[in-house]
Structure formats: structure tokens, C-alpha cells
Design a binder for this molecule. Structure first.
Ligand code: DC
Length: 227
């Protein structure tokens, strides 16, 4: 049988979004980037001046806010549109302020407890590719196919730099490398739902692979489970 839920976990810049979206499109599945929930909450907290270290207040905020991840509403190459209380904040979610604060927000157990049921509801509907850090380990531990994408930090940094340059941004490579390393450390070291492959995850080292090769490898895995 074709897997109803496909989970993709891995560190920042491992290609989860690009590959996950392509897999979902090929299967006619929904693609859900769960990092967008954490980023949306972080954006709202920053815009309201809430301390990212205050887990209790952040969890309250998570209870009150309506975060919607929907099909792209603007044809600017975005994989999805994110609405916070109805406001389109999609482009704001990749701003450095959000990117550099989101791992602090995501480390609070209270925040994760609020966002967990929302993610599980989507998973229970099936026909979904869900990407994040703890999808195979915590959110959908009984998923039919779990993938873990990985590549060494310098490779992931190079990909992120190329992505930013495509958007006309000239980043400082040393700064991007330091920020990505810091996020990896926080995501891997947190006490609740740290980044790690599920015991039954298929680990794909994408170092020497193109996006097309990654997509082909994963579609092949899916085909083998759905003969
Ligand atoms: O995938 P991303 O870069 O948009 O994720 C942003 C942050 O959100 C990341 O640093 C860790 C956190 N995150 C998480 O803790 N659990 C998830 N399932 C997804 C993201």
C-alpha cells in the first residue's frame, strides 16, 4: 500500500522543503512544513515584544493564535502561504530575526505541546508529506514511511547561500554558517523532541545528490512499498 503519511526530518538546509514539496506534488499529497508553525508563532511573539525565553506566555499565545498554512496565494515561487490571524506573513517568516529566534521558541515544551495536536490532526487525514524535526519520532511515530535527510554543515550552508543569492540577497557566508550551526545545536540538544532520526527512518545522505536524484530515490522507495 502507498504510505498514507510520509515524514521527512533533518537539519536546517537539508532540502526537506524542496524535496518534500516535489514528492507531495508527484503523489497528489498535501505538503506540510511544520517549521512554518514555529516560525509563525515566533513572528507573532517578536511583533508583540514577547520574550522568546518565556515559554508560558508563548504557549498562551499559541493557544490564542490561528495559524493557517494554505496553497500559495501569490505566484512568487513560495511553496505555501502562511496566515497568522488571517494576515499573510509568508515572506516575513524567512527574515533573519525569525530564523535566529525560532529555535529558542521551539525548545519550550509548553509551546510544543500546543502545536502537537494541530500537526497530528493534519496527519490523521492522510495523504500528506510532513517535514520538520520530530515528525517521525514524536508527531507521527507510526507513519508508514519515515525519511531523514542529512548532509554535512558546509554543504547545507552552500545550498542556503545559493538560495539567498537567487533571491538577490548577498549574504555573509561566515554569519550564515554560524547561524545554521547554532540552530542545529539548539534543535539537537533540547530536552523535548530533539532532532534525530526515528529508529526505523530511512537516512538519505544528500551530499552528492541533486534535487532530482533525491526525488527519484524517494519515489523509488515509495514505489517499492506500493507494488
Ligand atoms: O524547518 P525550519 O527551518 O522552518 O524550522 C524552523 C525551526 O523550527 C527549527 O529551528 C526547529 C523548529 N522545528 C521544530 O522544532 N520541530 C519541527 N517539527 C519543525 C521545526
Amino acid at each position: 500500500m502507498r504510505p498514507a503519511v510520509i515524514t521527512i526530518d533533518g537539519p536546517a538546509g537539508s532540502g526537506k522543503t524542496v524535496v518534500g514539496k516535489r514528492i507531495a506534488d508527484a503523489l497528489g499529497y498535501l505538503y506540510l512544513d511544520t517549521g512554518a508553525f514555529y516560525r509563525a508563532l515566533t513572528w507573532l511573539a517578536l511583533s508583540r515584544g514577547i520574550d522568546p525565553h518565556d515559554g508560558v506566555t508563548l504557549a498562551q499565545l499559541a493557544r490564542q493564535v490561528t495559524i493557517q498554512i494554505v496553497h500559495p496565494t501569490v505566484a512568487d515561487g513560495r511553496p505555501y502561504t502562511v496566515l497568522v490571524n488571517g494576515q499573510d506573513v509568508t515572506t516575513e517568516l524567512s527574515l533573519p530575526d525569525v530564523a535566529n529566534t525560532v529555535s529558542i521558541v521551539a525548545a519550550h515544551p509548553e509551546v510544543r505541546a500546543e502545536l502537537l495536536p494541530i500537526q497530528r490532526r493534519v496527519a490523521s487525514q492522510g495523504q500528506v508529506v510532513m517535514a520538520g524535526r520530530d515528525i517521525g519520532t514524536v508527531v507521527v511515530p507510526d507513519a508508514d514511511l519515515k525519511l531523514y535527510l542529512d548532509a554535512p554543515l558546509p554543504i547545507r550552508v552552500a545550498r542556503r547561500l545559493a538560495q539567498l543569492r537567487e533571491r538577490g540577497i548577498e549574504p555573509d557566508p561566515a554569519q550564515i554558517a554560524a547561524e545554521m550551526a547554532a540552530r542545529d545545536r539548539l534543535d539537537q540538544a533540547r530536552a523535548v523532541a530533539p532532532l534525530r532520526p526515528a529508529p526505523d527512518a530511512v537516512i538519505i545522505d544528500t551530499t552528492a545528490m541533486s534535487i532530482d536524484e533525491e526525488v527519484a530515490t524517494i519515489l523509488d522507495l515509495i514505489a517499492k512499498r506500493d507494488p
